[in-house]
Ligand binder design. Structure first.
Ligand SMILES: Cc1ncc(COP(=O)(O)O)c(C=O)c1O
Length: 399
């Protein structure tokens, strides 16, 4: 099994295929069998107790741990360059369990307003109910973010690129400011994936994902995962096992299969999103395209410095605003109108029906999300077909 050896760096697809994989020692299966199992049986009480008390390795009950979820966690940890990881039923379970595990009443958390809608609501509605002071800063104002951190911060939560407006935050800069005041830095890396961006290497303490998106990549399984140091992951895990938000073995096995093609899929999705973004940028009916790889992106230099690929996601606005969007979307033949992203299929939708469906129009505007924005998640189709499809549909939109 290849290991992560910095003196002999492996390419993203080799990492995706081989890191942490081991032939199953009992069956010699290349793909170890799924441990579809609630409880683990022991020959005697003493052996059982040693495992239960953590003095011997093994599993007791699958809400706490399971060999298949262990394999998924080890793989994500390796891909993110982390010592450990723990996994969850959904991305929101990963985010909420992490935040509630690490924050206590009287503490202060800082985040940005253009984060995924569910995350935004955790900071604006739910954490404050438990006495956590939350400051939500304009994502475009890096100095305001540093100032909010300097006012006192126990936890800094960042997402980059953001969902849906594709804003990019300077992760190393803000992580450094946060560490100066003793904060723990958590980064949602869902949009970038570990192939394009490694937040831990940029200074984050924890990196998390909605695995439902690119890690799964096929839209047939939900999950979440957080990776970081043994100490922090143990704190999150200890809370996860009590509130019961852990991933199940069948889902973990689906993710393990998907991760084998992560490098391959992301390479294609990066290329497709870039080609579509460049094409739309020159289209007369398109008012604005937001893609971190374009020189026109306000944080392009930051993205180029901290990302090795610019990702499969882009956003755009049409000259004709919302009415034009409503004309365009149903005409697309190679894109689903659906509330997911990161799949092998191209998926489009406005934030009002996808990432920010729980927010009112006013809340969405307050979060800095313009009306008429379209989120485009490039699949693995052929770029020329995606572009031709967009052109055909745009032809039918009123100028
Ligand atoms: C960036 C980001 N983080 C977290 C989530 C939540 O993930 P899940 O839907 O798996 O709970 C999403 C979902 O769209 C997301 O886009």
């Amino acid at each position: 099994m290849p290991v992560d050896d910095p003196s002999r760096p492996l390419g993203p697809s080799t990492r995706s295929v081989h890191l942490t994989e081991q032939v199953d020692p009992t069956t010699r299966s290349v793909i170890p069998p799924i441990a579809a199992n609630a409880a683990f049986a022991y020959p005697d009480v003493e052996t059982w107790r040693e495992v239960a008390l953590g003095r011997a390795t093994g599993h007791i009950y699958a809400r706490n741990s399971n060999p298949t979820t262990d394999r998924f966690e080890a793989k994500v940890a390796a891909l993110e360059g982390a010592a450990a990881a723990t996994s969850f039923t959904t991305g929101m379970a990963a985010i909420s369990t992490t935040l509630f595990a690490l924050l206590s009443p009287g503490q202060r958390a800082v985040t940005v307003n253009d984060a995924y809608g569910g995350t935004y609501l955790l900071f604006t509605e739910h954490l404050p109910r438990f006495g956590v002071e939350c400051e939500v800063v304009d994502t475009d104002d890096a100095d305001a973010l540093d100032a909010a951190i300097a006012r006192g911060c126990d936890l800094l939560y960042l997402e980059s690129p953001t969902n849906p407006a594709m804003k990019v935050l300077d992760l190393a800069r803000h992580a450094e400011r946060a560490h100066e005041v003793g904060a723990t830095v958590v980064v949602d890396n869902t949009f970038a994936t570990p192939i394009n961006q490694q937040p831990l290497a940029l200074g984050a303490d924890l990196v998390l994902h909605s695995a439902t998106k690119f890690l799964g990549g096929h839209g047939d399984v939900l999950g979440g995962v957080v990776a970081g140091s043994e100490e922090l992951i143990h704190r999150v895990y200890a809370y996860r096992e009590i509130i019961g938000t852990g991933l199940d073995a069948q889902a973990a096995a689906q993710f393990l299969r998907s991760l084998k093609t992560l490098g391959l899929r992301i390479e294609r999705q990066n290329a497709n999103a870039f080609a579509v973004a460049r094409h739309l940028e020159g289209h007369p009916k398109v008012a604005r395209v937001v893609y971190p790889g374009l020189e026109s992106h306000p944080q392009h230099a930051v993205a180029a410095a901290q990302m090795s690929g610019f990702g499969g996601m882009l956003a755009f606005e049409l000259v004709g605003g919302d009415p034009a969007v409503n004309q365009l979307l149903p005409r697309l033949e190679h894109a689903y109108l659906a509330a997911n992203l990161g799949q092998v299929e191209t998926i489009v939708g406005p934030p009002s029906t996808t990432s920010h469906v729980e927010l009112s129009d006013d809340e969405r505007r307050a979060a800095g999300i313009p009306d008429g924005l379209v989120r485009y998640s490039a699949g693995i189709e052929d770029a020329q077909d995606l572009i031709a499809d967009l052109d055909r549909a745009l032809d039918a939109v009123d100028a």
